[in-house]
Design a binder for this molecule. Structure first.
Ligand code: BGC
Length: 480
């Protein structure tokens, strides 16, 4: 049910799995700092050791092979490669580590998809203002150039920034992700803006310097829930669902795929709320400058991280303080019929993925799409026979195949989150997203496949054997 060459992957990120937080001259990142502040993370845990993939990479590779993955999505730790965030100091051991990972993957016929930034800014750059400073875009571009130059002969799929929405909102408004800022209604828009500028600069660098020789593709990973009106017959609910989509997917997708600018509904809602709350000064949503590289068209494919869905109605303008939520003016509810995975926010809605993909196709001119993350969490007593997660993967992949076959969405690949249990940000190790269980109670950190991992491996193996059969069939037709 999936096209030839479909990418079957799993994803991880550097801070969540690597450990080795000070190994071989790695610099500190904002997550190293954040985790040291009491009360930030569940049980004051941290990613100092995590899955220790820095030393146990071969174990990860075994898991990748056991699943039969065709692709593996990993992220590079900026502070491991460039300890102070700048290209003035390159950490050769960090380069060696990622060279080995990439070479090992290719030797096993697994293609890497590499994310340059997955939440872990070098602390040295945070000390210079981090993502709120306009200078960060140039520093990111230099880092991206360094990575394209160093690894681009072998890496052909790049993600510049993972989930700018999450960095902007959870890190700079809610304060529940590093760097833990709570500058409501202002910093998130500045951070999002600088992330878009940084992404666009890196994409332009790739296009002008590396693309011809390396022949790869570059995008940014945009996360979005699927939002639909609570009452599909109510105009206010329809408008609220459209606003929710504009403030999540649209915030980053409109500038890159549609107009080069933020969605109109987002701009007008922010301005109206500023006026209502007596906010003086220029708009809280920065404007793109014509003197800088254009944002429109800076993605070679759409990279979607999808986890859940919501039903939406208006909040009724009752918020009295500035925040992205009050600008958005929506109330989001979970349909009682949707099962909940381990986490309260993670309602399981596989057909929401299909609907979101159709929306992306219809509104963003049918881009090629990779699902760069999608997963199901386990909390509480350990279940190696994780039947609910098995069901989740089966029904999600079935919805995905309908998106391809029936809706004509150009889906090129699917990456499960995550290869193995890891450090789940503010939830520490209390939440398990892995296809492999990691035994964090023993120094060996053994990885063991969950039933859902086996289920996923079976799906991939079936796909591969169907592909072989159809290749043989078309070959014998040609021979005839
Ligand atoms: C992030 C991952 C995270 C996952 C589950 C995504 O937002 O990219 O790093 O572990 O969601 O919460």
């Amino acid at each position: 049910m999936f096209p030839p060459g479909f990418a079957w992957g799993a994803a991880t990120s550097a801070y969540q799995i690597e450990g080795g937080w000070q190994a071989d001259s790695k610099g500190p990142s904002i997550w190293d700092t954040f985790c040291r502040e009491k009360g930030r993370v569940f049980d004051d845990q941290n990613g100092d050791f995590a899955c220790n993939s820095y030393e146990l990479w071969e174990k990860d590779l075994e898991c990748i092979q056991q699943l039969g993955l065709t692709h593996y999505r990993l992220s590079l730790s900026w502070a491991r490669l460039l300890p102070d965030g700048t290209t003035q100091h390159v950490n050769k051991r960090g380069v060696q580590y990622y060279n080995k990972v990439i070479d090992d993957l290719l030797a096993c016929d697994v293609l890497p998809m590499v994310t340059l930034y997955h939440f872990d800014l070098p602390q040295a750059l945070q000390d210079r203002g981090g993502w709120t400073s306009p200078d960060i875009a140039i520093l990111f571009d230099k880092y991206a150039n360094f990575c394209f130059q160093t690894f681009g002969d072998r890496v052909k799929l790049w993600i510049t920034i993972n989930e700018p929405y999450v960095c902007a909102k959870l890190g700079h408004e809610d304060g529940i992700h590093a760097p833990g800022l709570k500058e409501k209604g202002t910093a998130p828009y500045v951070v999002g803006h600088n992330m878009l500028r940084a992404h666009a600069m890196a994409w332009h660098s790739y296009s002008s310097v590396y693309r011809e020789k390396q022949g790869g593709a570059v995008s940014l990973a945009i996360n979005s829930d699927w939002f639909e009106p609570l009452d599909p017959g109510c105009d206010e609910d329809i408008a609220a669902a459209a606003r929710a989509l504009a403030f999540t997917l649209g915030w980053f997708a409109w500038p890159v795929f549609v107009t080069g600018d933020y969605p109109e509904v987002m701009k007008s809602a922010i301005d109206a709320q500023s006026e209502k709350l007596g906010y003086r000064g220029t708009s809280r949503l920065p404007r793109f400058s014509e003197d800088e590289p254009t944002i429109l068209g800076t993605a070679d494919f759409f990279a979607l991280n999808y986890y859940t869905s919501r039903k939406v109605k208006p909040r009724g303008g009752c918020e009295k303080t500035l925040s992205t939520k009050s600008d958005q003016d929506t109330e989001e509810v979970v349909d009682p019929s949707w099962p909940i995975s381990g986490l309260s926010w993670l309602a399981v809605v596989p057909d929401g993925l299909r609907k979101l993909l159709k929306y992306i196709k219809d509104t963003l001119s049918s881009p090629a799409v990779y699902i760069t993350e999608n997963g199901f969490s386990q909390v509480g007593p350990l279940q190696m026979k994780d039947v609910h997660r098995c069901e989740f993967y089966k029904s999600t992949i079935s919805e995905l195949s309908k998106a391809v076959q029936e809706d004509g969405v150009d889906v090129r690949g699917y990456f499960a989150w995550s290869l193995m249990d890891n450090f789940e940000w503010a939830d520490g190790f209390s939440v398990r997203f892995g296809l492999f269980h990691v035994d964090f109670s023993h120094a060996e950190l053994n990885r063991n496949i969950y039933q859902s991992g086996q289920e996923y491996a079976n799906i991939i193996s079936k796909y591969k054997s169907d592909q072989r059969k159809s290749e043989q069939l078309s070959k014998s037709n040609v021979d005839c």
